[in-house]
Design a protein around this ligand. Structure first.
Ligand code: CTP
Length: 402
């Protein structure tokens, strides 16, 4: 499993000759399943053109606080990131970050984030060894910033010494560790809990080659399963799609609502059940055994209701904390509150699937968390992994309140 799968990473590139090595890091992160947004300083662009990063990354390179479609690009980038990787980090960028200066997009994004930050310094030996640089890095490390120290080796201009950017492997390893730690406050807080998660849209066969389905990608459910595993839970994921996953998660692949129901019920009791799957509400009543042939005539397919897995769990016992999802396109909160009570859930994660960049198939999501005691928390547009963290924070709080 790639530790980067589904994560959203801001690759912050500052202006040193090592900027060309950030191109390789960008490509490797994207290959490993990360969504990478490059942010380049003006000096970085003198070493490597924005087009190179835009072509390799998941989004075009971002260059300016002011010439951007988004009026607050630093806030959006900072909020949505799971990780900011400053690579290479020049003495100037390290100094600005330590001092809390926000005079360009890169340094403003560093101040506007609560995500983990990994800094990879690269500079000439004199600058690296200067007490100002060393003091700044100590200050940053004390604030939880992860520093990947430079190596000794050939530097720009033919010099030799300490200050060469670390190799890709230690940089990628530090980035993976930073993602795994997640929010330091929550690491390990689900240790030993049995967590059952569902993900993806069910497929209800019409005939051997066709099905009734929906647009769910399973990304949010996979993010929840991954986060729960990182926080120490023993996770079973019942899913209709296959995506990268930590090896510790027990994956059960199913296709239909009925198969999902059986897989879930067979694995109870659990301490927490999170039904992120988009389960079909109806299925063809009599799927054909052979491929249905084209006749040119109109055709009617009779649909019958599927079992409502969440509602059945809400009426029974053994599901511990029960979390449902609600995909809505209008009267979002009102509809979700009705679902919360009708299904007997402890928490409903509601998303407006018609909102831009939220819901089905996107890497980002924007949700509200409604609980049965009347509480409502909103999670602004962020990566699905970040949303997963917010959901699990509420689950841990609900368990503590019981
Ligand atoms: N769900 C379920 N079994 C079903 C249908 C839905 O367990 N047969 C679960 C989903 O996994 C989700 C929650 O119920 O956690 C709400 O799903 P959603 O599709 O938003 O609502 P529905 O109950 O299907 O209601 P409607 O389609 O009318 O909005």
């Amino acid at each position: 499993m790639s530790p980067f799968a589904g994560s959203r990473i801001v690759l912050a590139v500052s202006g040193g000759i090592a900027a060309y090595k950030a191109v390789e890091i960008c490509r490797r992160l994207v290959d490993a399943g990360a969504h990478v947004v490059p942010v380049l300083t003006a000096a970085a662009q003198r070493f490597v053109g924005e087009v190179t990063f835009s072509a390799l990354a998941s989004e075009r390179a971002r260059l300016s606080l002011f010439d951007d479609d988004d009026p607050i690009p630093h806030v959006t980038l900072g909020r949505q990131a799971d990780l900011i990787l400053v690579c290479p980090a020049t003495a100037r960028v390290i100094g600005a970050y330590a001092a809390g200066l926000a005079d360009d997009l890169l340094s403003a994004t560093l101040l506007a984030t609560r995500a983990r930050v990994v800094v990879c310094p690269a500079m000439h030996t004199e600058m690296w060894e200067h007490p100002a640089t060393q003091d700044n890095l100590r200050l940053l490390a004390g604030r939880g910033v992860i520093v990947v120290p430079p190596e000794e080796g050939r530097l720009a201009g033919g010099d030799e010494g300490a200050g060469r950017l670390a190799a890709p492997e230690p940089i990628l390893a530090a980035a993976a560790d930073a993602l795994a730690i997640g929010d330091a406050a929550s690491s390990g807080d689900m240790t030993g809990l049995r967590v059952l998660v569902t993900a993806g849209g069910t497929r209800e066969p019409i005939d051997p080659v066709r099905f009734v389905g929906n647009r769910s990608s399973g990304k949010q459910g996979y993010a929840v399963a991954t986060e729960a595993a990182v926080r120490g839970a023993k996770v079973t994921l019942v899913a209709t799609v296959q995506r990268p996953l930590p090896a510790s998660v027990d994956l059960v692949l199913v296709e239909t609502a009925e198969e999902m129901r059986t897989a879930v019920v067979d694995r109870l009791p659990a301490d927490v059940v999170i039904m992120a799957a988009a389960v079909a509400d109806y299925r063809p009543a009599a799927p054909a055994a052979e491929k249905i042939k084209k006749t040119g005539e109109a055709r009617t397919i009779t649909l019958e209701p599927t079992p409502d897995i969440l509602a059945a769990l809400g009426r029974g016992t053994g599901a511990g904390i029960l979390v449902g999802f609600a995909a809505e396109t209008s009267d979002v909160l009102a509809n979700a509150r009705v679902k919360l009570h009708a299904k007997g859930a402890d928490l409903i994660v509601v998303n407006d699937v018609s909102a831009p960049r939220a819901g089905f198939d996107h890497d980002t999501n924007e949700v509200a968390l409604l609980d049965s005691a009347g509480g409502c928390t909103t999670v602004p547009l962020a990566s699905k992994r970040h949303v997963a963290r917010a959901i699990l924070d509420r689950v841990v709080a609900l368990r503590a309140a019981r």
